[in-house]
Design a protein around this ligand. Sequence first.
Ligand SMILES: Nc1nc2c(ncn2[C@@H]2O[C@H](COP(=O)(O)OP(=O)(O)OP(=O)(O)O)[C@@H](O)[C@H]2O)c(=O)[nH]1
Ligand SMILES: [Mg+2]
Length: 203
Amino acid sequence: MSLTMHWQKVEFVQSVAQMEQFPNQNLPCIGVAGHSNVGKSSLLNSLFQRKKMVKVAKAPGCTRLLNLFRVDERLLVTDLPGYGYARVAKSQRKQWANLVDQFFSSRTAMLILVLLDVRHGPKDSDLQLIEFLNEVGVRWIPIATKTDKLGTNQLAKRLKEMQEDLGGYLKPIPTSSHNKKGMDILRETIIHECFVKPYAEEL
Ligand SMILES: Nc1nc2c(ncn2[C@@H]2O[C@H](COP(=O)(O)OP(=O)(O)OP(=O)(O)O)[C@@H](O)[C@H]2O)c(=O)[nH]1
Ligand SMILES: [Mg+2]
């Protein structure tokens, strides 16, 4: 079976509160990370082409566990809890931070999509995450979310600024869960990063 541009079968696997519960599926795994409310769960629904596969927050800070999905029996996708939401108790915030840190450090995921709201520059917490991923050696790609909120000129300008803010090398992939722009490119990029590039690197 090949992972086509349209992901045919998407299954919810489980929610994980501790890394010990993370199932050993022997499949490539990607994670979706970013600030609370940046649009992680919405992006996954759009990628999966399902309306309600992933719970979308009515109030920020909704995703508190690692939620795992399996695509076409070939790929695991993890929706991560968002960081930086102040109205959650400190003890609980610490618990999520530990869980997410463990997820990154255990190198469970071979690729992290780092979501950034296209209207705002990367926040300190985003830059810290990126630094951390670089340190532990986990590949990441920047994804600009909510592009439907900007007009064409403003969008082009913001994407360029975002790229500069991230050091200039990586171009953020522009996406919108509202009008579905960027979803095909994102699926293609994920497939390339998970199934083509690792083998090309081995040659
Ligand atoms: N205009 C617009 N709104 C969006 C888009 N994606 C998400 N939203 C809205 O942003 C809010 C947060 O979306 P979520 O997908 O729940 O964000 P999240 O990053 O999963 O949030 P947490 O689980 O709290 O970390 C919701 O009200 C969404 O409807 C988008 O592409 N465009
Ligand atoms: Mg969420």
